[in-house]
Design a protein. Structure first.
Length: 180
């Protein structure tokens, strides 16, 4: 394994199979499965006509071997609204997550949101931040944290949102270089 320091002084570890593993302060170890990463990359906005895409992240809270694994997602749905720099997530994502949750005997669950940006090093916008705070306040999920991934053209970035009594917070978890 090799380690890479990023600007936030967090360390991101790349496993042999290209899983994205991060040790998140005040949370624990999070692993994003390499198959999920490959699937998300298919939605990158690599040309000027590619629309923004998005969906929901699905994962499992672990008892051993780390705190969480994120290994599934919902792809864009027909009812979603997609434009070059806009994405509206439809209710169809909730139905898919519920089916997966029931089918997994309530083990696989909603753990966050993902979407794309037409930039190499994605940054969240004020609209993204508003959407994430809305998810933290109104969504039903286990615990007090959600994860938010933005897929850029050459890199992905992940943030953790924490629901708090007084003021929610969003902090960067790490960055993943997309291997092409």
């Amino acid at each position: 394994m090799r380690k890479k320091n990023i600007k936030t002084h967090l360390i991101v570890t790349f496993a042999a199979m290209d899983d994205w593993i991060s040790n998140v302060p005040d949370f624990g170890r999070v692993r994003v499965d390499h198959v999920l990463l490959e699937q998300l990359c298919k939605f990158r906005q690599t040309d000027r006509f590619s629309p923004e895409s998005g969906g929901v992240l699905i994962g499992k809270h672990l008892i051993r071997g780390g705190r969480m694994v994120i290994d599934q997602f919902t792809p864009p749905q027909k009812e979603d609204k997609q434009g070059r720099c806009i994405f509206y997530r439809s209710k169809g994502h909730e139905e898919i997550v519920h089916k997966i949750w029931v089918g997994s005997n309530k083990i696989s669950t909603y753990v966050g949101l993902w979407h794309t940006h037409p930039e190499n090093y994605p940054q969240y916008s004020p609209t993204d931040k508003k959407d994430w705070f809305k998810a933290l306040n109104r969504s039903v999920y286990d615990g007090k944290n959600l994860f938010f991934i933005i897929v850029g053209r050459t890199h992905m970035r992940c943030w953790i949102g924490t629901k708090k009594i007084i003021r929610n917070s969003i902090q960067v978890v790490g960055e993943y270089k997309i291997r092409t």
